[in-house]
Design a binder for this molecule. Structure first.
Ligand code: NAD
Length: 296
């Protein structure tokens, strides 16, 4: 119901929080995330210009009177594209939507002396709306200049969460790099074992179907994006390596047939999760219930 009400609000348009803003330029605006922001900004009454690969010869004139420039190019090109920007008006707000934050934010601070903001939309563009989604933001420079934009994003229905670029990247190592890599490895394993997905699903309870859907959905998406996210920092690789080591150590317990030590480790993790274990049990139960209700 929530999602439907935001969707219908989309068609009517959103309140314009900064009606005097000069045009907004989206660099990489023909891409998936760029198009979503273009649509939301147009629905909110702003003027939007696109600067994609083919438009670089017009870059200087496109940005010459821009009120805001949003960078939404693939991760591995982000810093290079930021360095390639023509000079921006002094009061122009420079923003990026990149899934990593530290390096792009530093690059933006280096090329522009006006307001700078780092954003990370924590969802895929296939969501089609920002309702109930999380948008992480990292302050760059002159935060007073872009408070209206954060509020505008809140008007679109998103929950905003502030974090430093360092903390962002450290947490994303878990939320994105480790998680996506583990999912990739699981998918790789299923494919190498050549399991019969149809039969697996026929024999599965709803929770396994849901788990498989979480794995399978990764492979409906852009491999370049995930390669970029996972390999965006040596810290990510180090974290994945520690996971690999622990996986091996846990496997050794199994090979030794050492049930007592498996149960000990299990209990230690149980203690570590504490109250969250019960909370997660209840939360997943209600998710499963609604997943069941939605299945035809
Ligand atoms: P995309 O590949 O769909 O779009 C990128 C766009 O950039 C394309 O239109 C491409 O033509 C354009 N481009 C490439 N090189 C360019 C250049 N030199 N100059 C101008 N334009 C150029 O990628 P996307 O999924 O829209 O991702 C864009 C940004 O959004 C990335 O920084 C990514 O980290 C971020 N993001 C994406 C997702 C997601 O799920 N797709 C989620 C969160 C954040």
């Amino acid at each position: 119901v929530m999602r439907e009400s935001y969707t219908s609000e989309n068609e009517k348009g959103f309140k314009t929080l900064n009606p005097t803003l000069r045009p907004i330029v989206i660099v990489g605006g023909k891409g998936k995330m760029g198009r979503l922001f273009e649509r939301m900004l147009l629905l909110s009454g702003y003027q939007v210009r696109i600067l994609d690969k083919e438009e670089w010869q017009d870059a200087a004139s496109l940005v010459s009177d821009a009120g805001m420039v949003i960078i939404s190019v693939p991760i591995h090109l982000t810093e290079q594209v930021i360095r390639q920007l023509p000079p921006l008006p002094e009061d122009c707000i420079l923003v990026d939507l990149c899934s990593v934050k530290k390096a792009p934010l530093e690059a933006m601070m280096a090329v522009h002396s006006g307001p700078v903001l780092g954003l990370h939309p924590m969802f895929g563009p296939d969501s089609g709306s920002l309702a109930k989604q999380v948008v992480v933001w990292c302050d760059g420079r002159y935060p007073e200049a872009y408070q209206w934009f954060l509020q505008q994003i809140a008007v679109w229905g998103a929950r905003l969460q502030a974090v430093s670029a360092d903390e962002h990247d450290n947490n994303m190592a878990f939320i994105q790099a480790l998680r996506h890599f583990a999912t990739f490895a699981y998918g790789l394993h299923l494919s190498e074992e050549n399991v019969d997905l149809k039969q697996l699903l026929a024999l599965s309870s709803p929770i396994y179907r849901l788990e498989l859907a979480m794995v399978g959905r990764l492979f409906a998406q852009d491999p370049q994006l995930y390669a970029d996210i996972i390999m965006s920092s040596p810290n990510n690789i180090a974290l994945i390596k520690r996971y690999y080591t622990r996986f091996g150590e846990a496997l050794e317990q199994l090979e030794r047939g050492d049930k007592a030590s498996f149960i000990n480790s299990f209990s230690a993790v149980q203690t570590w999760f504490g109250d969250y274990a019960g909370t997660f049990m209840a939360e997943s139960r209600s998710l499963l219930r609604s997943a069941n209700d939605n299945r035809k």
